[in-house]
Design a protein around this ligand. Structure first.
Ligand SMILES: C[S@@+](CC[C@H](N)C(=O)[O-])C[C@H]1O[C@@H](n2cnc3c(N)ncnc32)[C@H](O)[C@@H]1O
Length: 245
């Protein structure tokens, strides 16, 4: 099972409809939580730099909701995703407002993934938990470290484990907190990390943790029925702000 096709299929319906005000509103609304986190940390760590010309990359950006809003402020935005469909729509959304964003299609969990230059602000747009295997996660975090400007920050929000988790039918959680999904066979799809393990992982990749806290309201819904599940058996989320060690 090639997960890039799975993600690309999920975004295909968006490519069949023209960009509309409704689509723009939806994309903006769905990225509101992450944008708030970005704003807090921009103010905290990069207050001296204007949005105009700020070098920003949204990693696993999908339709590029956060990137689009930062492009409106004049930031120089790159959106990276594994799905060509998602990036086609991200570009169309930007173009419809007369904005330009760069899009890069790649698997960020591969050791040969490449970015160019340095970024002032790197955003993990709910990607890290989509990289379930240790080598993928390490490659990704090392890539981030490599392209983070010396004064730059990496912010993100990611799923972490709870004592008791609801595992929907068709999924299985193994002893390493890797969530597997049954397609024609079991495929690893998410890492619902222990938060202490996650801290160690970030540090081992040469990233200094400046903020790392549990966040009560998960900022995205992976599926429409997500909100019907009691909160205490859903994965928790951690928000973080990191700098180069
Ligand atoms: C959980 S979704 C988040 C989408 C969006 N950023 C948001 O916050 O709503 C994860 C995104 O990462 C992308 N993705 C998954 N695996 C990836 C990989 N290995 N490399 C790059 N992008 C990946 C998916 O296509 C999807 O857009």
């Amino acid at each position: 099972m090639d997960l890039s096709l799975y993600y690309d299929d999920a975004y295909a319906p968006y490519t069949r409809i023209p960009v509309s005000e409704e689509m723009r509103e939806r994309v903006t609304r769905e990225s509101k939580g992450l944008l708030q986190l970005v704003d807090e940390n921009k103010e905290r760590f990069l207050a001296q730099l204007p949005w105009e010309g700020l070098r920003v990359v949204e990693l696993g950006g999908g339709l590029g909701g956060v990137g689009l809003q930062l492009a409106r402020r004049g930031a120089k935005v790159t959106v990276v995703d594994i799905s060509p469909n998602a990036l086609t729509v991200a570009r169309a959304l930007a173009k419809a407002e007369g904005l330009e964003i760069e899009t890069l299609c790649m698997d960020l969990g591969r050791p040969d993934a490449e970015l160019v230059g340095e970024y002032d602000l790197m955003i993990d747009s709910h990607l890290l938990h989509c990289l379930p295997l240790e080598p993928q996660r390490l490659s990704y975090l090392l890539l981030v470290r490599q392209h983070l400007a010396p004064h730059g920050i990496m912010v993100g929000e990611t799923m972490v484990h709870r004592k008791k988790l609801f595992i929907p039918p068709g999924y299985m959680l193994d002893q390493n907190n890797i969530l597997w999904q049954m397609f024609a066979k079991w495929v690893p799809v998410r890492k619902i990390s222990d938060s202490l393990v996650l801290e160690d992982e970030l540090k081992a990749a040469g990233l200094n943790i400046h903020f790392f806290y549990y966040y009560a309201n998960y900022a995205m819904a992976p599926s429409p029925d997500f909100w019907d599940i009691p909160n205490d058996i859903l994965p928790a989320s951690v928000r973080f702000a990191l700098k180069k060690a």
